[in-house]
Write a protein that binds this ligand. Structure first.
Ligand code: ZN
Length: 209
């Protein structure tokens, strides 16, 4: 029978996504073999991760400051905002030619799990768009049902910005273009697992909505 503290640590590992009971036990045993210093550093990282990693106030990406590195980057254009589901999706676009800004929704609209538009970082996107005289919003939601529903909702909200109360197209104070990723994206896929060439191709071939 294994010591209680070892099975407890294994239980904690197996609670993590993608870790089965066997791998969890292997990781727990591996921890035992680590030098004290390495083990303390590992424990410290776990302890501080929540307090050190925050969300960028502008785009919702991970950040250790009020604004993330991409929002403050001077070599990235404010005229393009690429909208993604999660902060992990931002990093997959970094090796591509894309040189605009990002916006992280923090999830997708999902009536089944009770996630409505109000739970997502959409209001902030609208105010960012309103603050730009000329902007292209590139919707890079996944090609799932939830992703489609989210893209349609955002695109309708943004289109409303350029229409007056009678529904006619008003003379917009700014130029707004709404696009989405084009061919190259497999259906029902998550961005996180796409290679940068595929994403670069989808970006080049984006479709105007
Ligand atoms: Zn940011």
């Amino acid at each position: 029978m294994l010591p209680k503290s070892l099975t407890q640590l294994a239980d904690r590992f197996s609670a993590l996504p993608g870790i089965g009971p066997k791998s969890a036990l292997r990781l727990a045993v591996y921890c035992l073999s680590l030098e004290d210093k390495a083990l303390h550093e590992f424990a410290k990282s776990l302890e501080t991760i929540k307090s050190e990693v925050k969300y960028c106030q502008t785009c919702g990406n991970f950040s250790e400051d009020t604004e993330c590195n991409y929002c403050i980057a001077t070599d990235r254009s404010d005229n393009q905002i690429l909208v993604v589901e999660s902060p992990l999706d931002v990093s997959v676009f970094i090796p591509t030619d894309y040189k605009g800004k990002f916006h992280v929704l923090g999830g997708l609209i999902s009536p089944l799990t009770g996630v409505g538009p109000d739970k997502l970082n959409i209001a902030k996107l609208i105010s960012r768009v309103q603050g730009q005289p000329e902007v292209e919003v590139i919707l890079a939601c996944p090609t799932s049902l939830e992703g489609e529903a989210t893209a349609v909702f955002i695109s309708q909200k943004l289109t409303q910005l350029t229409q007056d109360i009678t529904g006619k197209s008003a003379k917009p104070k700014y130029k707004l273009k709404i696009t989405r990723l084009g061919t190259g994206m497999p259906s029902n896929s998550t961005l996180e697992y796409q290679d940068s060439r595929t994403l670069g191709f989808s970006l080049q071939n984006r479709i105007e909505l």
